[in-house]
Ligand binder design. Sequence first.
Ligand SMILES: NC(=O)c1ccc[n+]([C@@H]2O[C@H](COP(=O)([O-])OP(=O)(O)OC[C@H]3O[C@@H](n4cnc5c(N)ncnc54)[C@H](O)[C@@H]3O)[C@@H](O)[C@H]2O)c1
Length: 271
Amino acid sequence: MDLGLAGQVVVITGGANGIGRATAQAFAREGARIVIADISDGADDDVPAAAQEIVEAGGEAIFVRPDVTSMSEVERLRDQALEAFGRLDVLVNNAAKLPTSTTAPFFWDEDPEEWDGLIDVALKGTLNCSKVIGDHLRQNGGGSIVNLSSDSARRGEQRETTYSAVKAAIIGFTQSAAIGLGPAQVRVNCVSPGRTITERHDRYRADIIAQGGEAAAAFEDREKRALKLYPLRKFGRPDDVANVIVGIASPVMSGHVTGQILSVNGGYHVG
Ligand SMILES: NC(=O)c1ccc[n+]([C@@H]2O[C@H](COP(=O)([O-])OP(=O)(O)OC[C@H]3O[C@@H](n4cnc5c(N)ncnc54)[C@H](O)[C@@H]3O)[C@@H](O)[C@H]2O)c1
């Protein structure tokens, strides 16, 4: 099936790692031209690895390094993307700072110093990029915005209270922006992953297991208990989420879909 994405220009925030990186590759396989916007490059400061791997595979991609919490840096991102490709069609608001205090048993044990980072990157970053790039889409015939929430927002997560609140705000933003931007033919949807095992998780898991002892045993026990919450009895992988983001951005597959929240979660949250 031709998804109608060939030649379209797709901006993916946080596209240097994890779900964002898999999403960049999935759009590139459809012939889209890719703008990876990340504060990191996934490798080292000289090598924009995530964009380079697309170019080496025969695709078109550039790497831009904005901090999405800064409106002026997001404006620079828009300008650099337009300079490279002359148009913009799709924005994927994927960048986020994920909670680090995953061992905090509850909200009261969270370090308040972490709150600003969680709120600023995921929520303010989504607002900044949607305003600057969404305005361009609005004035140039339409396009698609895909926001990343999390099923921790749909179901609640004892260990990720503030993160869940931020991700719930993104659902509210998606629904409101879809109504506001609809008449300009800009579709706004939200993809909501359950636990998705990225290379970051693989590294974290390997470190804990390598420590052995009680920490490793407790981690493995939590993992086993968590798996029971997933009817498909597996966690997601970045490609599982990336393929759904591409499908919902596609004007062919999802041209009449806007304001929707779609979980990719092995059944963790149903309804
Ligand atoms: N992995 C999961 O289990 C999971 C589950 C639910 C939702 N999500 C959501 O999916 C998205 C991607 O998650 P992931 O696990 O791939 O994350 P990740 O940490 O692997 O990647 C996030 C990327 O965002 C970038 N980033 C951070 N701050 C930035 C900033 N200020 N400006 C620009 N870029 C910045 C990082 O450099 C990184 O490359 C996030 O929105 C996350 O909340 C992930």
